[in-house]
Design a protein. Structure first.
Length: 98
């Protein structure tokens, strides 16, 4: 499965936004909480899952949403399971490297 990646450079930091392709533009709702998988934030290049994981290793801050990308990040040890938030069954995780 392919994912969208959007890289942003801010000074010495690199922010990577990654989402499963099928989530782009969707709004995830749970109770009174809504999370919009915004094209403005997440849409960049459509890449393979493997390419996205390589980018995660290179970035200081990562924001990811989707079953595919978060599962792969967990498998690779990039994200601790306790750091994953689920919104209506869809996992979301952030990585901040200091």
């Amino acid at each position: 499965m392919d994912v969208y990646v959007n890289l942003r450079r801010m000074g010495n930091s690199v922010l990577l936004a990654v989402c499963d392709a099928d989530l782009l533009g969707r709004t995830l709702k749970e109770d009174k909480f809504a999370f919009h998988v915004s094209e403005k934030f997440y849409k960049g290049s459509l890449v393979s899952l493997e390419e996205a994981v390589e980018l995660v290793w290179q970035c200081n801050v990562v924001n990811m949403v989707g079953r595919t990308i978060v599962k792969k990040a967990l498998e690779k040890g990039l994200v601790h399971p306790d750091a994953v938030l689920e919104i209506n069954g869809i996992p979301h995780a952030q990585i901040v490297k200091l």
